[in-house]
Design a binder for this molecule. Structure first.
Ligand SMILES: Cc1cc2nc3c(=O)[nH]c(=O)nc-3n(C[C@H](O)[C@H](O)[C@H](O)COP(=O)(O)O)c2cc1C
Length: 471
């Protein structure tokens, strides 16, 4: 069959095609395919035939065409793990995901665009100044005409460029021009991963809303090297991508925006010391995962924890209570806010700029000042107050009494109270026993749940939220 080259059409036709494509949110190529498909079906529709009543036809679902499939733009960086990106194309395709591949110049030293193109059923894009695809600003199309961008392997160099906003090749131009979610799978030598510059870049990208998967720990391609830096396996990346692509309009919280905080905060004493608490973040992360599974659009603002990002959740990492409040306020408006983080009540009034040294005059006086109260601040907002504000009360004594007075004092709608005394094993553990305090007109109702895993608590809480939102 002859192939159609859009570039060779006359300018007026190209302009009208671009307009149609933009209105339909499709690429020019996909728009042309759509027009051809409609034209092929048209004779059957327009054939004149004697008027005749026909029995109602049962609805037959259309076989999804390439344009209906969820779409991923896969950017392959120049690392040894580039060979795994080829398998990733297959793993994505077997999940019904349409893949367009892009390679950096360095990636082409490891694998060929020909292989990626053959596996993806579409040519692999490599050049920012490619006349064939840039006649209609192809890099913008690759950036926007997709549901998700995956960077795998993400080299240290590529992440540095992303964090700095470079756009001097096709991969970085796409990443800078996109308004779609981005999933990054880093892969590099453990020392490169542990390098302070890489850490800064990863932290910056996480703050910018980029999602990460991996790296895993294990053997490196280099002989006798092991540690954290191996790219996640293609199946792991495909599962994470699938979760991020899951349509937001399925599940009981479809269309709802949820903000969740989790983990402890670190309040600096000096550049190397901080005040912290024992929160692991597990309960907040489990709630975020459960809310995403229920179809919600979830933003998780997390203090420093040792947990992987839940699939399909936008994770923003912070250190201190003040950073957390700033990110919470930036994330508003939302429908529901759940404050599960164990925010430090106090911080050091003036943290030392240099490491505080031991002196003969004894211990340095550490003056503490109160941190902002995130739960009360959001609960009492006049504008953009979430419809449902849920706080957590972690208590070691008089659990229900303390939680009741917290509910009244803070102005939130519900309190999830849990006993965090050392004997309970809740802090850092996998199980939790919670009591849900809700406002019932002038009274406060207490619903006590049995001991459950933190995932089970999360599931039950999300179900209760969904029920309430429906009412
Ligand atoms: C054999 C070899 C293997 C490499 N593997 C990696 C790697 O796994 N991760 C990484 O970050 N860089 C790796 N590099 C360095 C990158 O190729 C280099 O930083 C390059 O500029 C990355 O370009 P890109 O980010 O545009 O793809 C490797 C280099 C060589 C020569």
């Amino acid at each position: 069959m002859a192939s159609l080259t859009v570039r060779k059409l006359d300018e007026a036709l190209k302009a009208s095609l671009r307009l149609r494509a933009a209105k339909a949110g499709r690429s020019v190529e996909d728009e042309v395919r759509m027009i051809l498909r409609e034209a092929a079906e048209a004779p059957a529709k327009t054939q004149s035939s004697p008027a005749r009543s026909t029995p109602a036809q049962p609805h037959r679902p259309r076989t999804p065409s390439a344009t209906d499939l969820p779409r991923v733009t896969l950017i392959i960086g120049g690392g040894i793990a580039a060979y795994k990106a080829l398998d990733l194309i297959r793993r994505l395709k077997e999940r019904g995901i349409h893949v367009r591949s892009v390679m950096t110049r360095a990636a082409q030293q490891f694998v060929t665009p020909l292989t990626a193109g053959a596996l993806a059923d579409e040519r692999c894009y490599t050049d920012l100044f490619d006349a064939q695809s840039e006649f209609d600003a192809g890099h913008i199309r690759l950036a926007r005409d997709t549901d998700l961008i995956i960077v795998a392997p993400a080299t240290a160099d590529l992440m540095a460029k992303m964090a700095q906003g470079h756009a001097d090749d096709l991969a970085t131009a796409i990443l800078l021009a996109t308004n779609r979610p981005v999933l990054v799978a880093p892969a590099m030598n453990p020392l490169m991963w542990a390098n302070a510059a890489t850490k800064r870049n990863v932290a910056q990208l996480a703050r910018d809303g980029v999602s990460f998967i991996g790296p895993n720990s294990g053997e490196m391609a280099e002989a006798n090297e092991a540690g954290v830096g191996r790219m996640s396996e293609p199946t792991e990346i495909a599962i994470a991508a699938e979760a991020m692509l899951r349509p937001l309009h399925t599940g009981p919280l479809a269309g709802k925006k949820i903000l969740i905080t989790a983990g402890p905060t670190h309040e600096p004493i000096d550049p190397v010391r901080y005040i912290a608490n024992r929160s692991s973040g597990k309960q907040g992360y489990a709630i975020a995962a459960s809310a995403a599974d229920a179809g919600a659009d979830v933003t998780l603002i997390s203090g420093p924890v040792d947990l992987d990002d839940p699939a399909g959740v936008r994770v923003i990492r912070v250190e201190s209570a003040r950073d957390m409040l700033a990110q919470v306020e930036a994330a508003l408006p939302v429908d529901i806010a759940i404050f599960a983080a164990a925010v430090a009540d106090w911080r050091v009034a003036s943290a030392g700029e240099q490491k505080i040294k031991k002196t003969a005059s004894g211990m340095p006086p550490l003056q503490l000042v109160e941190n902002p109260d995130i739960l009360a601040t959001v609960s009492k907002r006049q504008q953009n107050r979430p419809q449902l504000v849920i706080g957590f009360a972690a208590e070691t004594q008089n659990l229900i009494d303390n939680a009741t007075s917290k509910l009244k004092r803070k102005g939130c709608d519900w309190i999830v109270a849990n006993d965090v005394s050392p004997a309970s094993g809740v802090m850092g553990g996998d199980r939790n026993t919670v009591h849900i305090l809700t406002r019932d007109k002038a009274d406060i109702a207490v619903d006590s749940w049995p001991v459950m895993t933190k995932e089970e608590v999360a599931g039950a809480l999300v179900a209760k939220i969904a029920e309430t939102m429906e009412e």
